[in-house]
Design a protein around this ligand. Structure first.
Ligand SMILES: NC(=O)c1ccc[n+]([C@@H]2O[C@H](COP(=O)([O-])OP(=O)(O)OC[C@H]3O[C@@H](n4cnc5c(N)ncnc54)[C@H](O)[C@@H]3O)[C@@H](O)[C@H]2O)c1
Length: 308
């Protein structure tokens, strides 16, 4: 059967409208796509409405002023029935996702792609009960998806190709993995950094505020422009990555030997929490989110200006 072109996708179903699902919904609507949403939690519809209202002015600053139509459905099956694309954002539990994806698979049009936002579950485990698993993929966004472009795709080549076309057409930056891996790409990298940040704290090398500053004022800004490979290409000077690997490769190996794995215990939790609250200096989660979003919007506006 020939698959419909991504341009013909007018309606997206968003299943699970918590932190990530609400952000996806705001993004799709601002692109002018209709969204059929579903979430079983009492109050989910109000939370979603509030999130969309708060996100709308931010998206408008990025030029996204589309006005897709939102509908909210009690049953996930109802929401997916007429959707050309399904974005699943239910809680991160394999048993729950396995059951839910099988239901969405049964209830949706056979042409629709079903994409799970899972942060670290393997696709092979989640699709076991699906009748047509070949159209069920992982499409992992970075929080908040309405402001951060990355979406990591895992699945059968035909489905990930169609999904990459769809996300690319709506301004996301899809990356397709060659095979599944726990945490995909970006969360493996962030997990490696987070493990070492906690180890530095545990070992008494530095306090939370200084560890955060060492990322936010050092490699962080560079990473918003280029990844680790390109960063070290420049670290090699005129000889580029070849020179870097030969010259500083052995020093990296020495550093890796000294890295560690912290004990995830009560003491480390207490020190992490105390440090973060000191660093937050009374700012609420809402205020910190606002600061983060403002920085992301300014970064995205600069990127849009550069490319335009
Ligand atoms: N929070 C993040 O930073 C982040 C980033 C990327 C991906 N993700 C992934 O997105 C997914 C959702 O995470 P979240 O942080 O938005 O969680 P969340 O707890 O904020 O939202 C989950 C939502 O799913 C709803 N839900 C519960 N059971 C359901 C069911 N059977 N069917 C449909 N919806 C159901 C809940 O009511 C809730 O609103 C997870 O797979 C997570 O790994 C999260």
């Amino acid at each position: 059967m020939s698959k419909p072109a991504v341009q013909s996708i007018r309606r997206v179903a968003v299943i699970g409208t918590g932190v990530v699902g609400a952000s996806w919904t705001a993004y799709f609507l601002a692109y002018g796509l209709d969204v059929a949403a579903s979430d079983p939690a009492p109050g989910a519809k109000d939370y979603l409405g509030g999130f969309i209202e708060r996100a709308r002015p931010d998206l408008a600053r990025l030029g996204l002023t589309g006005n897709g139509k939102l509908s909210f459905h009690a049953q996930a099956e109802e929401a997916v029935a007429e959707a050309g694309f399904v974005q699943e954002n239910a809680p991160e539990r394999e048993d729950l996702k396995r059951d839910l994806l099988a239901r969405l698979d049964r209830a949706s049009s056979p042409d629709a792609i079903i994409a799970s936002s899972t942060s670290s579950l393997l696709r092979s485990g989640m699709v076991q009960d699906c009748a047509t698993p070949e159209r069920v993929i992982v499409a992992h966004p970075f929080n908040p998806p309405h402001l951060v472009p990355l979406v990591e795709l895992v699945g059968e080549p035909n489905a990930t190709r169609r999904a990459a076309d769809f996300y690319g057409a709506i301004g996301k930056r899809p990356v397709v993995l060659k095979r599944e891996a726990v945490g995909h790409i970006a969360n493996r990298l962030t997990a490696a950094l987070w493990r070492e940040a906690l180890y530095i704290l545990e070992q008494g090398i530095a306090e939370v505020e200084d560890i955060d500053a060492a990322v936010a004022y050092g490699p962080g800004p560079r990473w918003s422009h280029m990844g680790p490979f390109m960063t070290y290409h420049l670290g090699g000077g005129p000889g580029g990555i070849q020179h870097y690997m030969e010259h500083l490769g052995p020093s990296q190996v020495r550093r890796w030997r000294d890295l560690g794995t912290p004990a995830m215990n009560e003491e480390l939790t207490r020190r992490a929490v105390e440090g973060v609250l000191r660093e937050a200096a009374g700012r609420s989660i809402g205020e910190l989110e606002r600061e983060r979003d403002e920085a992301l919007i300014r970064w995205r506006m600069a990127a849009v200006e550069k490319s335009g």
